[in-house]
Design a protein around this ligand. Sequence first.
Ligand code: APR
Length: 249
Amino acid sequence: MQFDPKRLAQARHVVVFSGAGVSAQSGIPTFRDALTGLWEHFDPARLATVQAFREDPALVWGWYEWRRQKVLQAQPNPAHLALAELARRVPRLTLITQNVDDLHERAGSPSVLHLHGSLHTPKCFACNRPFKGQLPLPDLPEQGASLEPPRCTGCNGKIRPGVVWFGEPLPQATLKAAFNAAEECDLLLSVGTSGLVQPAARIPQLALQHGACVVHINPQPQACTGAEEYSLKGKAGQLLPELLRQAFA
Ligand code: APR
């Protein structure tokens, strides 16, 4: 059975759960796409862990500053814009993202729950204070170039990216808000995520278990278990605007 886009217009509370695929068409690499994903070329254990930063802070800081550089050079794509438009059309929308870029915000989404932190909120590795300084515009020649991190103005510790690394806990209040929204919503759009990383990946299943309709938007077909679970095969930058056209025409 096909998903009826009109359900988008009838929804009381829509949750959007996004992953790296929603930013792919802005030119931001995903993590696990074959050949182009970041983890295809870089070992997450060497770049996205506390241990990695301890061992080589300049390598880790440089890699994240290169990613921030990519984001600064990128623009929100039609997927981000459609989701910001959707928030203006439905009574209530909760946007939950695993992404650390600010493209949802730059597209006009009013509030974004960042489960895995953000490239734009660096903090001190030693005292955890937010970095108060102004980060220089990164000008890294290529991915993998090292860059010494700035120092904390409070304790002189090294500044680290404000992202959640493997093995670190997710921000608890944000995660709780995300789970609550998933349990309460009547429609959840899961956009551009491989659904492999816990605990974030539980969110669509939570919505399904609490009676919501779940729609996956991904060029890779997603396994659907529930009668109220659909997989729309395609790119978010094309499918989301089309969904809104059909829903609100
Ligand atoms: N539109 C929609 N989906 C897309 C598009 C697109 N244009 N291009 C790729 N995809 C899909 C891929 O098919 C894949 O299923 O986006 C998904 C990206 O999956 P991942 O690279 O695993 O990214 P994500 O699911 O966000 O990873 C979750 O893992 O590495 C950690 O912390 C990191 O937040 C990240 C988490």
